[in-house]
Design a protein around this ligand. Structure first.
Ligand SMILES: NC(=O)C1=CN([C@@H]2O[C@H](COP(=O)(O)OP(=O)(O)OC[C@H]3O[C@@H](n4cnc5c(N)ncnc54)[C@H](OP(=O)(O)O)[C@@H]3O)[C@@H](O)[C@H]2O)C=CC1
Ligand SMILES: Nc1nc(=O)c2c([nH]1)NC[C@@H]1CN(c3ccc(C(=O)N[C@@H](CCC(=O)O)C(=O)O)cc3)C=[N+]21
Length: 300
């Protein structure tokens, strides 16, 4: 079998088109221009790339984009003061502080400082809890993007056995909640899981979110499974020239493609969906902050 390649880049483009429609409706019917503030501390090149990409897409859908770049040695108190200022700013509906933050800053203090009403990453305890009980609000961007791709590919997810590899607060745990809500039977594997290959062989749906290049082998995949590869691993690519790199996922794409029914590529799979879902969450928070029901097609 040669797997269908799930085109996350194209799906994200379509999603951004729908988001742009919602933005223009919020403007014309309610006089609201959704605003997203992105804060980056330090000069990590990969983070810079993501932040620029977010700013570009935010503006392209008609939202206000506010970018705050702080030096790497910014004291924690100054970062928290900026977050409080953004919490109080009525033109800002979403706040994202790019992670990781430098070592002298406690990421938990940053997350606690963000007003849950503007928490478009869905990092705050209030919003994590809302996802768990199924109340409206922002939903973790990467898991939301994975869910949209899976629903588009499979229709109903009911009764499917989903194996998630990774249990981070950013990806694995919220993915577990969303798949459970869609009536999957969910297994969450992690670094202490025994016989991971045998566990993965049970899966109708595999979500790999580990950060280890090509860790999931072709012979771990049940024939006909659907594979979502969240992993982003930057590898040296001397064949492209001195100092060049390329991205690969957590799944051995070539081997898994021989067995699976459908698979996301890296790049061009989950990554673009993450950014589109950040914009979707900004529509959700802007709607809720104004007493409006968030559009159903942008949330879980
Ligand atoms: N495409 C996108 O938009 C995004 C991509 N990513 C990428 O996804 C990947 C995961 O990110 P994130 O969740 O933040 O990573 P974390 O490092 O926070 O979590 C990794 C998880 O993988 C588990 N793990 C580590 N080694 C193994 C192993 N040998 N076998 C099984 N499980 C293992 C860890 O287990 P334990 O808990 O036991 O330590 C942990 O739960 C990264 O490559 C990241 O770059 C992340 C966010 C967005
Ligand atoms: N507060 C916060 N929220 C995040 O959502 C967040 C974060 N911090 N820190 C880092 C991770 C990682 N992340 C990605 C977003 C887009 C791509 C993406 O667009 N990837 C492209 C490739 C981009 C490239 O070529 O570098 C793709 O997979 O096709 C990847 C990874 C969001 N994260």
């Amino acid at each position: 079998m040669t797997a269908k390649i799930i085109d996350g880049k194209r799906f994200a483009e379509d999603l951004r088109g729908r988001i742009a429609d919602h933005v223009s409706r919020l403007k014309s019917e309610h006089g609201i221009i959704p605003g997203l503030a992105v804060v980056i501390v330090g000069e990590d090149p990969a983070s810079q790339v993501y932040v620029s990409s977010k700013a570009k897409h935010t503006a392209a859908v008609g939202m206000n984009s506010f970018k705050h770049e702080l030096p790497a040695d910014t004291p924690e108190a100054d970062l928290l003061a900026l977050v409080h200022q953004l919490n109080a700013d009525p033109t800002v509906h979403g706040i994202l502080v790019q992670m990781p933050v430098p070592k002298h800053i406690d990421p938990n203090n940053v997350i606690e400082a963000i007003d849950p009403a503007k928490d478009v990453d869905c990092f705050t305890p209030a919003n994590v809890g809302k996802v768990q009980i199924g109340l409206p609000g922002p939903v973790s961007c990467t898991p939301l993007g994975c869910l949209m791709l899976l629903r588009d590919e499979l229709g109903s997810l009911e009764g499917k056995h989903a194996v998630i590899i990774g249990r981070s607060n950013l990806v694995g745990k919220p993915m577990m909640q969303l798949l459970l809500r869609d009536n999957c039977t969910v297994t969450v594997a992690h670094s202490r899981t025994k016989n991971l290959d045998e566990v993965v062989r049970q899966a109708d749906i595999v979500v790999a979110a580990v950060g280890r290049p090509n860790m999931v082998k072709g012979d771990w995949i049940k024939p006909g499974a659907t594979i979502i590869d969240v992993g982003i691993n930057r590898m040296p690519a001397p064949e492209k020239g001195e100092g060049k790199t390329r991205l690969i996922g957590d799944v051995d794409f070539a081997a898994a493609s021989e067995v699976a029914a459908a698979i996301t590529p890296v790049p061009g799979g989950v990554g673009p969906m993450t950014i589109a879902c950040l914009l979707a969450n900004t529509i959700t928070t802007a709607s809720l902050m104004n007493g409006l029901t968030p559009p159903v097609d942008l949330t879980a």
